[in-house]
Design a protein. Sequence first.
Lengths: 905, 187
Amino acid sequence: MPSQKKNDIAIRMEDVGIEIDGELDSGSEDEARRRDRNRKAKASPRAGGRNGKPATSEDEEEEEDQDEAPRKRARKKKASAQDSEEEEEEDDRSVKRKGTKAAGRKKKAVEEESEESEEEERGKKKKGRKVTNKKQKDEQNKEKKGDAKGKGGKDKGNVKDKKNKNGKYSRECQAFVEKFEGALGKGKGRKLYAYKVMMAKKMIKFNRDFDNFKTACIPWERKIKEVESHFGSSVASYFIFLRWMYGLNLVLFAFMFGLVVLPEVMMGLPYGSIARKTVPRAEQERAMDISVLLDFGGYCKYSILFYGFYNDERTIGVLQFRLPLSYLLVGVGIFGYSLMVVIRTMARNSDEGGDGGDDGQFTFAFKMFTSWDYLIGNPETADNKYASITTSFKESIVDEQENQKDENIHLRRFLRVLANFLILCSLGGSGFLIYFVVKRSQEFANLDQDELSWFEKNEVEFVMSLLGLVCPPLFETIAELEEYHPRIALKWQLGRIFALFLGNLYTFLFALFDEVNAKLEKEKSIRNATIWGLNEYYSNYSSYHNTTDIPPPDIHPADVIRGPCWETAVGIEFVKLTVSDIQVTYMTILIGDFLRAMIVRFLNYCWCWDLEAGFPSYGEFDISGNVLGLIFNQGMIWMGAFYAPGLVGLNVLRLLTSMYYQSWAVMSCNVPHERVFKASKSNNFYMGLLLLVLFLSLLPVVYTIMTLPPSFDCGPFSGREQMYNVVMETIENDLPAFIGNIFTYATNPGLILPAVLLMVLAIYYLNATSKNYQNANLELKKKMQMARDEEKNRRNNKENTNQVMQDLEDLLPNRSLLPPAAEEENPPPDKVREKGSKSPKVAKRPGAAANGKGVNLQNDVSLAAPNPKAAVTHPPGPRGLSGNARGPPPGPVRGRGRGTPPPRH
Amino acid sequence: MGTTASQLGKDLLSEYQELTFLTKQEILLAHKRFSELLSKEDRNLTSVPMEKVLSLPELKSNPFRKRICHVFSTSDMKDGSLTFEDFLDLLSAFSDSATLEIKSHYAFRIFDFDDDGTLDGGDLEKLVNCLTGETEDSRLTPEEMRQLISNILEESDIDKDGTVNLSEFQHVISRSPDFVSSFKIVL
């Protein structure tokens, strides 16, 4: 069909404006088949009639509709004779199928319409007969029910319902006519209808464009799709997670930057104006040295990046922006926002997860039908996938076989205990190592910086990264002892690495708090000295000049004595840790993946064994490690963001670069790992880990905000007893008095305790209801199972019943329990006999089998057996019938396949 | 059919958008890739022979590639050649937004090697062989194969007729958490 014509048709379609699916007017076998598929694929309006041809035919039919609407109606009422009955029967079947396809009311009407027009065509003697034939053939193709059913049988089955059906049809026709009256009629209604349709079209088009726009707006969609198509969905899940993380951090960065950093830069005092914004005299010489800057000393330390730079003025600028309050609220708000987002994502994920209730029910079938990842487009990946599928098949077969016999359970238990012991030892060892190193670094910090080597200065970060590098493979090696199933082993592995990271992080934190306490002591003495010095100055000044009007001491901000400012120190630690983490990650990729890939690739030409297949081979993309790294990095950001507002910006940069860098590295030098675990299942697992990390990083920050006194000479909270006093101040000074009162009442323990109690009760109640729902769910599932079993049994028992019953069932699935006696027509005598003997036959099946009737024997035996598994090797029935169960009723195969039952006397 | 022209008409494009699950960009990309498959001399042909379709990297390593072509082909010769509309059809069924029902329907047809409307023992055996790769050492032994197939039938053959039909198949598939995410082909 030339495109010109198609365009025309498309335009005309716009005019008529109904996007519906219709029947073909010209029918080659090919097109009939396509239409058939069309109809099946139509679960949603968009899917319907996926190519131009059905639309074309529908269009033409539509025109005919308009021309001949009156005639059609007349004809409809006539309900003409024999052949139309036949056709209607066909229609009925297709409509029913349609109904099950969830095509909805409109679709039905549409279908109806197409049938009508088809009828019309027939009336016009255009191609009517041919189309009907085509259609019947089509039906046969689809259903593959063949002729065994027989036209006669079908008709007989239906005679009874014909009247009902006619009634139903006229009702449907009426509904359709009402719906599309505008299009069929003339004048005003038509215009209105055309307008409505046009608007609907426009709306659809707009929605579609908007969808397109939305897809185009998702960043890195193409990149991720590319990775996905080469490595399967599990690797892509990491990148999707990375992208999600990037989005989260972007929002956090917007908060931090917009509400804290930007106001301070725009409206706060400039660099060098006060002591906290100036590099001390002693450090000024080396403040611009690159080595100092790389350690975040010098100008970096006294910059907007860190806590200490912010001034404690209550309001700044013309806008009277309350910076300290904003600082505190943003610091806490970051946690609130992250918590909300993570929990919402988790809830959505678990929604999508559907019912994971019957996981164990279909292990083999899932492996068989859903294990191939169609996105794999790389031969190596495919080979890996073959291998992993084969292994999983073999494993599950072995599992199945070994389910009963489990020898030497004691040895296995011993090995598992041993492995856990070893891992606990190494966890403890790594914790101790970090504690030791942090302690030592504090000693180093007191020494002169020049005498220390680079290694000694960066010992903590180095050791932590090294542990993160060495321990996971070590755990994996130890885990070999345990002989867990790979999936369980993976969970254990993830849990252990998580414990390692967490332990390290917390050891680091405790060491840091030791340091903070030391700094607080030091600060106290400096503070006392400063106050004492100031008092000296004031008394000297007043006694010397003999005046009480004392100007503040004229000291250059760089020379002011200042405290250690522990908040900035903590911030610097976190920033350093993050940076070293970035360095280690990137270097690992560069060396472990890129260099390795280069060596393997190019040395392979002149090496004595096959490097690509043999020992070093290419690196695998370590999803779990990468995801955990990302999660812990995020934990560090959350903890550090309060002390170093610049950290969030740094992290945004890091995520941005690692998106490009890692996707490049994956595409160029990695092969996906053999043991693929599915992304969708572990997604919420990652989210759960993230939530845990979020909670754990919330603790130290809240602890410091609530208990530790802020430094007296740096940061937005200087001069206050506690950081949260900022809130109190605002309430007292800036808000009306009654709000202060409300706040006082609200913080009263007498109110808080009942509130907590209420929350506990609410949790209890919700928990109980959810349990109830769960139980109800289980009950329903059980009921469904029972109903299925019943159905199964019924079908099995009915194997030998006659065709009439089968046909009736096909046509009336919801009335399938109809007793056979309800039939009014007179079936042939042999069938009657068959029917009559049905129930007794079920009862004394073995007897029937004992009668020994050729084919019947085997059939009966297999039915009587408690486990009809033997059916696997059962050859297709004598008349084969080339597969019959495509249609809605899942097949009573052999029953129908046998055609006429054996004579029985 | 005129669709192999270098540029898709606007109307045609919007029509395709309406009739498939694909977005505009995806259709254009599909068209580009499809045009590339047609070499210069057979530009006037409407369908691409199966061998050429199979050379697409997205399909090259798929063990079901031939089945996929056969299922989506509308050619009379049953040679698995695809027209552009078949091709779009394929991509639509394998796209992100196609529903589970459509995906499972096509999966069933792909797995139904002998096109008889049910998955019987032979189909399942072929399916396992496809999944375990071509090489001999990765094949399952006959004993394992027998066990595997009987296990699968035990799980999913609800009416115990020795085959898995479409509704049983869809019942199983609808429980699978990963089927929709893995039954995808992206150009």
